[in-house]
Design a protein around this ligand. Structure first.
Ligand SMILES: [Zn+2]
Length: 418
């Protein structure tokens, strides 16, 4: 570029000394295209900017009885869940794609709102999740069938009406996975939940037999027929890829409750899915945080596995559970870059943001807020016990994820950085 510019300047100076201004302005149009062409050639030499996607996910969103009471506004006679998410909004809303697991159903007020063991939550939870920035809700989990067929169907409808995409449950004849376009990139998302042992040949979830006509409406797998079901998952990957999907995301409801490490089934499934080209695997259901792993398959492809993201929100407190780990969760954050020339993508940054559910009483009412760690520890006026619990939660999550991933400068858990 520099060389050409100098030559052109010399030429122009030469022309100036031999011509009058009038003659030059006539020639000007002919000279200029040379400069433009030269610049275009140089622009072509530059590497095109990669397309950067930020993908985030959180674990189980539960609504226990004390939460229902806490979120009820008696003056307005409404349930408002928005305060739960205020302190994590900036993390969720900045993602291009944010996922969560809704571990309840929206069966409507007529069926009465309820807690464990058969959940039914006010529809307004969807609005709070939309406002905080969630784009996709996973609805296949062991509570999907808590209010029967109607609960499954109404949940799909209510979440979609709230402008959040649903994955894991669907209406009859609908595609069982989701193709989500972001910036011209097709992201494929699919979710499955574990089944409980069959009952007289019928598929069951949490011990409830699923009527045959809605069997296909809930994406499930069975540990007793795991090889067959992994084949089914492989087919879903192939179908998505055949439709041009460039990033394949799985969200699985699996593992053993309260176990802080993945079991053999989780490991087997993760490795199988990694071998078959899944890019990111999010897990939930154990209600505690489990480790993350980057699995490199035979072809050198990397799969990022978050075995369990823990509880994003629940009333599973130390006082009830005898253990503290179910108060903990995390926001998993994957930055994915795609080269627009060859359309190949890979992770460039993988982070975990530990979260803790801060439950406190003010004006004789319970408050629940999900807080990011360690940021929350800097807040003023925290009681000694709150500070201790939050610090303890942060340390417990670091212990599981691995202290070696803690960046001493930022105090962030960086799992992978390219
Ligand atoms: Zn569950």
């Amino acid at each position: 570029m520099k060389k050409y510019t100098i030559i052109i300047i010399i030429l122009m100076t030469a022309l100036f000394s031999y011509m009058s201004l009038d003659t030059f302005s006539q020639l000007n149009e002919e000279i200029q295209p040379v400069i433009i062409e030269d610049e275009i050639e140089n622009e072509d030499d530059l590497d095109p900017e990669p397309i950067v996607l930020k993908i985030s996910a959180v674990g189980d969103i539960m609504t226990h009885g004390p939460q229902l009471r806490a979120q009820y506004d008696s003056k307005k006679d409404i349930y408002d869940f928005s305060n739960n998410y205020e302190k994590v909004q900036s993390f969720i809303s900045q993602a291009d794609l944010a996922l969560c697991n809704i571990e309840t159903v929206f069966a409507g007020i007529e069926k009465k709102y309820s807690s464990y063991p058969r959940f039914n939550t006010p529809d307004s939870l969807v609005k709070a999740l939309k406002d905080v920035g969630f784009d996709i809700a996973v609805t296949s989990n062991n509570h999907s069938f808590d209010r029967g067929v109607e609960g499954v169907m109404r949940t799909v409808q209510i979440v979609r009406e709230g402008d959040i995409k649903v994955v894991g449950t669907s209406f009859e004849d609908e595609q069982k996975y989701l193709i989500y376009p972001i910036e011209g990139i097709k992201v494929g998302v699919v979710a499955y939940t574990y089944e409980t042992p069959k009952y007289h040949g019928a598929k069951t979830i949490n011990g409830l037999a699923i009527p045959e006509e809605v069997e296909d409406s809930i994406n499930t797998f069975n540990y007793e027929e795991i090889d067959e079901d992994l084949d089914k998952m492989k087919t879903a990957i192939e179908e998505m890829k055949a439709q041009g999907v460039q990033v394949v995301i799985f969200y699985l409801h699996w593992g053993q409750e309260y176990l802080r490490n993945p079991n053999e089934y989780q490991k087997k499934m993760a490795h199988y899915l990694a071998e078959n080209g899944v890019d990111i695997l999010f897990g939930s259901h154990p209600h505690v945080v489990q480790p993350t792993e980057i699995i490199e398959n035979k072809g050198g492809h990397k799969t990022i596995v978050f075995y369990s993201l823990g509880n994003f929100i629940s009333n599973q407190r130390y006082e009830l559970m005898g253990g503290r780990y179910s108060e903990d969760g995390m926001i998993a954050e994957v930055t994915w870059e795609i080269n627009p020339e060859n359309q190949e993508g890979s992770p460039t940054l993988v982070k975990c943001i530990p979260t803790w559910v801060h439950k406190y009483n003010s004006n004789n009412k319970n408050n629940y807020e999900i807080v990011p760690l360690p940021q929350f520890l800097d807040e003023e006026n925290l009681s000694e016990s709150t500070l201790w619990r939050a610090e303890n939660s942060y340390n417990n999550t670091i212990e599981i994820i691995g202290a070696e991933y803690l960046n001493p400068n930022t105090e962030e858990l960086i799992i992978f950085e390219r």
